[in-house]
Design a protein around this ligand. Structure first.
Ligand SMILES: [Zn+2]
Ligand SMILES: [Zn+2]
Length: 234
């Protein structure tokens, strides 16, 4: 009895899936909910996401805490090969995946330095490091995952490379050398200087301009860090 029902759901389902080559997208041609743009099929009079049904038929039970996403980005795709449903799918769901060569910014919380943060239910990761690990494998000890794009929240694996401490610094210095004007000057302060500047300003003996001169940065930089527009985390 139960088996016959499964078969009929399966038939109804695959009737509406445009099956193509093994690695192609298989678009759903049946009912699509306007709210989320995804395909649904009625099972026992309840609408159920077609990707969930396909996934459960082909790959196993779906954990409702994890979304199903498509590796191809096609919301209507029903090729089980393109359906992701695990911690990796949770991760990519938080990344704004754009064109192949664009930056893919992290959509959620960032660290003070602007890196995305991802909790994989064991550890908190810098999001770009997690992206690297998924695509390239484990990160050797003491190595850094660096950005060619100089954009901390970016998780596009194409923009990530491994570097040791020195190459990380060299890479940063190369980028800084290319910068000009106040941008370069602003980059010079470090945390302990910021703390020092705030203390000095509180004494009332220094103006923004004199502090700017002392630390060789623009007075607006001093103003911003004193009002905590910048360096909020300290
Ligand atoms: Zn697809
Ligand atoms: Zn990037």
């Amino acid at each position: 009895m139960k088996e016959r029902k499964t078969i009929s759901v399966k038939n109804r389902l695959f009737n509406k899936i445009n099956i193509k080559g093994e690695n192609d997208c298989w678009p759903w041609s049946g009912y699509v909910k306007k709210q989320d743009g995804k395909g649904y099929i009625n099972i026992n009079k309840n609408p159920v996401g077609v990707q969930k049904v396909v996934y459960e038929l082909e790959k196993g039970i779906v954990d409702k805490n994890f979304p199903i996403i498509t590796s191809c980005g096609n919301k209507l795709c029903c090729n089980a090969k393109h359906l992701l449903h695990d911690i990796v799918s949770v991760f990519w769901n938080k990344v704004n995946i754009k064109e192949e060569d664009d930056c893919w910014p992290w959509k959620e919380g960032a660290s003070p330095k602007g890196y995305g943060q991802f909790y994989d239910r064991k550890n908190v990761w810098r999001a770009h490091r997690y992206a690297y690990k998924i695509v390239q494998g484990d990160i050797p000890d003491k190595l850094f995952v660096c950005h060619t794009c100089d954009n901390p929240p970016c998780c596009n694996p194409k923009h990530l490379f491994l570097g040791d401490n020195q190459s990380n610094v060299d890479d940063m210095m190369n980028k800084k050398r290319k910068r000009v004007g106040s941008d370069c000057r602003n980059a010079k302060l470090n945390e302990s200087q910021v703390i020092k500047i705030r203390k000095m300003y509180k004494t009332g003996n220094y103006t923004l301009v004199s502090l700017g001169e002392l630390f060789k940065v623009d007075c607006s930089t001093i103003g911003n860090l004193i009002t905590k527009k910048t360096w909020k985390h300290i």
